[in-house]
Design a protein around this ligand. Structure first.
Ligand code: ZN
Length: 67
C-alpha cells in the first residue's frame, strides 16, 4: 500500500498531500488557483512536483510563480 506523498506550495509553504504524483499535481493546481488565484499550466506544476519529490529533503524546486 502506498504511503501518501506530499509537496510544499511554492507560494505559501503549505503542505499538500496525495496518494500519488498525479494526485499531487491536482491538489497543488487547485490550491494555487483557489488560494493564490494562480492558474498554472499542468506541465509546469508536474515539473515542480517532480522536482520536489526528487530532492525531497532539500526542496530544490524552482519557484512556481516566478516570471
Ligand atoms: Zn499556497
Amino acid at each position: 500500500m502506498a504511503e501518501p506523498i506530499n509537496v510544499k506550495c511554492p507560494s505559501c509553504d503549505q503542505i499538500l498531500a496525495a496518494a500519488d504524483e498525479t494526485g499531487l499535481v491536482n491538489v497543488l493546481r487547485e490550491h494555487l488557483f483557489e488560494e493564490h488565484a494562480l492558474e498554472m499550466p499542468p506541465e509546469r506544476i508536474r515539473e515542480n512536483v517532480a522536482a520536489q519529490l526528487q530532492g525531497f529533503d532539500g526542496y530544490k524546486a524552482r519557484p512556481i510563480s516566478g516570471a
